[in-house]
Design a protein around this ligand. Structure first.
Ligand SMILES: Nc1ncnc2c1ncn2[C@@H]1O[C@H](COP(=O)(O)OP(=O)(O)OP(=O)(O)O)[C@@H](O)[C@H]1O
Length: 314
């Protein structure tokens, strides 16, 4: 196989280096696209961009023959790589898991942005949490931010509900005498998907006061980046919000509402950085049409491009 490949490349002659060069560029582009898909947040992208700049600077200093600068930059690159591995551990974990499961398509497929939570859904959640906290009823809500969570990330997937999010339903679920009060409840968009979900616990050392409910919230949010958890303590009635394995507590109802609004609305920080391949294709198509219409001065083509652009905006 290897000999055949070598023979084929030799037969190609001068076009061999061109072919390999193109293949090299295509593979690097594919890798870059995959990284953008995995990162999926502009905030994190800046960090990766900074890292790439450092690597380029290190390569440049090597080329220019500046050994001292190169030495410092190389050490900096190694330090940053370790820091990034820690900071992006959930992304790395997801990447390795998808690779291990053989889900290659998902590696190139940006998780579609979830329907932004309407104010009414946030209000229903906040009102329910307020009542639960007042009555010291323990609760654990998982709220999806971008894209659905894979059920396999839960220890036990719970009981499917698929019901509209209302404060009455959330409060009813967590009443201590109901069958579903134990475990977590999953909210996707404006629907309650399931209840009685058992989550993986966080391995991080947390405050001694924190029991399994809080550690479960930390566990799922450090494992899955596209969700947050709202926790109401049964013991104290305090409210906590877990994001990326970090527990913010205690929160007032006002602070919880502000945080939910900030985290669940599609703001700049949560904007996807890698467009879907379809939308990428459509954008390229539009740009090509604009160029052709400008060159040829065709009014119809111009109108067509305007229509495509406005469809994209919608
Ligand atoms: N792995 C888990 N996944 C989902 N829910 C869990 C998990 N472990 C515990 N819980 C929920 O937490 C409850 C037990 O809470 P525990 O007292 O251990 O935690 P806590 O963090 O101290 O919370 P609280 O302040 O409400 O007492 C269980 O009854 C169950 O409903």
């Amino acid at each position: 196989m290897r000999d055949w490949w070598k023979q084929w490349l030799t037969n190609l002659g001068w076009s061999q280096s061109l072919l390999l060069g193109t293949l090299d560029i295509v593979l690097v582009l594919a890798l870059t696209y995959m990284i953008l898909v995995i990162i999926s947040e502009r905030r994190t992208l800046w960090m990766v961009r900074g890292f790439i700049i450092l690597m380029l600077a290190s390569a440049l200093s090597n080329r220019l023959g500046l050994p001292l600068l190169n030495f410092v930059l190389e050490k900096l690159v190694i330090g940053c790589a370790v820091a990034m591995a820690v900071a992006l551990q959930s992304e790395f974990r997801r990447f390795l898991e998808q690779l291990g499961r053989g889900e290659f398509r998902q590696l190139f497929h940006p998780s579609s942005l979830a329907v932004p939570k309407s104010d009414s859904v946030i209000d229903e959640i906040v009102d329910a949490v307020k009542e639960l906290s007042k009555n010291r009823i323990g609760a654990l809500l998982i709220v999806e931010t971008t894209g659905p969570i894979d059920e396999r990330d839960f220890s036990v997937p719970g009981v499917k509900l698929n019901a509209e999010v209302t404060k009455e339903l959330i409060q009813t679920i967590f009443q201590p005498k109901t069958l579903l009060h134990d475990g977590a409840t999953l909210i996707r968009g404006s629907r309650i998907i399931a209840s009685g979900i058992i989550l993986p616990l966080s391995g991080r050392t947390a405050s001694r006061q924190l029991g399994t409910r809080h550690r479960a919230a930390m566990g799922i949010t450090e494992r899955v980046e596209n969700c947050i958890c709202v926790v109401v303590s049964e013991e104290t009635g305090s409210i906590s919000l877990a994001e990326r394995g970090i527990l913010n507590r205690p929160l007032t109802i006002r602070k919880l509402k502000e945080s939910l609004e900030a985290l669940l609305s599609p703001t700049v920080d949560r904007e996807a950085v890698a467009p879907g391949l379809l939308s990428l294709g459509r954008q390229l198509n539009t740009k090509a049409l604009v160029l052709v219409s400008r060159l040829l001065g065709l009014p119809r083509l111009r109108r067509a491009t305007r229509t495509t652009a406005s469809r994209d905006k919608k």
